[in-house]
Design a protein around this ligand. Structure first.
Ligand code: SAM
Ligand code: FES
Length: 346
């Protein structure tokens, strides 16, 4: 019965919310079949390739106060840092030497990085490395700002919607933030021609299994180029310190369902997944994911970009992290690729 639902999902790329919920509730029985089917679908579009993206976490200053996040403004224990434009360009150069052709610039919502500063930075990277894609993940900005960054050369933007349930959104964020604005940002990014990544945390406080089923319906409607999901993991200095972590097991099952719902999507096996389970990223690849993002930030920075407790890869040099992750991916029987790896669909 559950196998039939997976077959239907593979064929039609969509189920009803009730059907997704059935699968989620009975995932123990069907996870293996779901993963095998998802891997076969992924192979059809991307072969054996797993794309490596160079992640540069360039500021942990943030004006927001998301209840779950370790770099929230009100966390006075967080030691703040900001890389200079030169340091960011050095990271990209190092990434280029290591073979990377996609740089993901991620940070908190830091007012220091005005459009002017960011546009100069994007142009500098693109001028030096015209064969590379620049992905931004800087949170919510105005349409004008997204437009300027796009015109300066940014190709892609990652902005997780965090939850598709507006009431749930209010429980994860202070009143200064809104679900409507988050979705407006995603719509603006799409209309400006970015390749867009959305996503959510798995097992965040107050999330229900029904919410997870609805996430799949929401993603189908949004049809993003990328979907980033990872387990929620508490951070000791946040209002959610006492809440339980999401599980790697649920996350990898959802990766399979996402692959079957959006067959061509770029789907990372995230650092949070590797933190919740030491072999979580490998399990993610074996469940339908096809992207990993080794950390190329300088070691002093990555020790401070702590979104949740026990984050992995905070002590390694860029080259070590790349070698480690490549080894892990190869152990799953897949091949690591550092080229731009654009979305393969339309
Ligand atoms: N400021 C940008 C933004 O809001 O999109 C990018 C940085 S933000 C820290 C990146 C992502 O980290 C968030 O979208 C959220 O899903 C994830 N994150 C934050 N706190 C987390 C936690 N405690 N556990 C797991 N993921 C978390
Ligand atoms: Fe970063 Fe293993 S992936 S150290």
């Amino acid at each position: 019965m559950y196998e039939e639902l997976i077959d239907k999902l593979e064929k039609e790329n969509c189920l009803t919310s009730e059907e997704y919920l059935e699968l989620i509730l009975h995932r123990e029985e069907i996870r293996k079949y779901a993963a095998e089917t998802a891997v076969a679908v992924r192979k059809k579009y991307y072969g054996n390739k797993v794309y490596l993206r160079a992640l540069i976490e360039f500021t942990n200053h943030c004006k927001n106060n998301c209840f779950y996040c370790g770099i929230r403004a009100q966390n006075s224990e967080c030691e703040r840092y900001r890389l200079s434009a030169e340091e960011i360009i050095e990271c990209a150069d190092e990434g280029y030497r290591l073979g990377f052709r996609t740089f993901v610039l991620q940070g908190g919502e830091d007012g220091f990085f005005t459009d002017e500063i960011l546009c100069d930075l994007i142009r500098a990277i693109k001028n030096k490395h015209p064969d590379c894609a620049v992905t931004l993940s800087l949170g919510e900005r105005s349409r004008e700002s997204y437009k300027a960054l796009r015109e300066a050369g940014a190709d892609r933007y990652l902005l997780r919607h965090e939850t598709c349930n507006p009431e749930h959104y209010r429980k994860l964020h202070p009143d200064s933030m809104s679900y409507e604005n988050r979705l407006q940002c995603l719509a603006d990014l799409k209309s400006l021609g970015y390749q867009v990544g959305a996503g959510f945390m798995v097992g965040s406080p107050f999330q229900t299994e029904k919410d997870l089923a609805d996430e799949l319906i929401f993603l189908k409607g949004l049809n993003p180029h990328m979907v980033g999901i990872g387990p929620f993991i508490p951070h000791k200095d946040t209002p959610f310190a006492q809440y339980k972590s999401g599980t790697a097991e649920m996350t990898v099952f959802l990766l399979s369902l996402i692959r079957l719902t959006l067959p061509k999507v770029l789907l990372p096996a995230t650092t949070a997944l590797g933190t919740a389970d030491p072999t979580g990223r490998e399990k993610g690849i074996l469940s339908g994911a096809n992207v990993v993002m080794p950390n190329l930030s300088p070691p002093f920075a990555r020790k401070k970009y702590i979104l949740y407790d026990n984050k992995i890869c905070t002590g390694d040099e860029a080259a070590e992290c790349v070698a480690c992750l490549s080894r892990r991916i190869k152990s799953t029987g897949f091949e690591t690729i550092t080229d731009r790896g654009d979305y393969c669909g339309i």
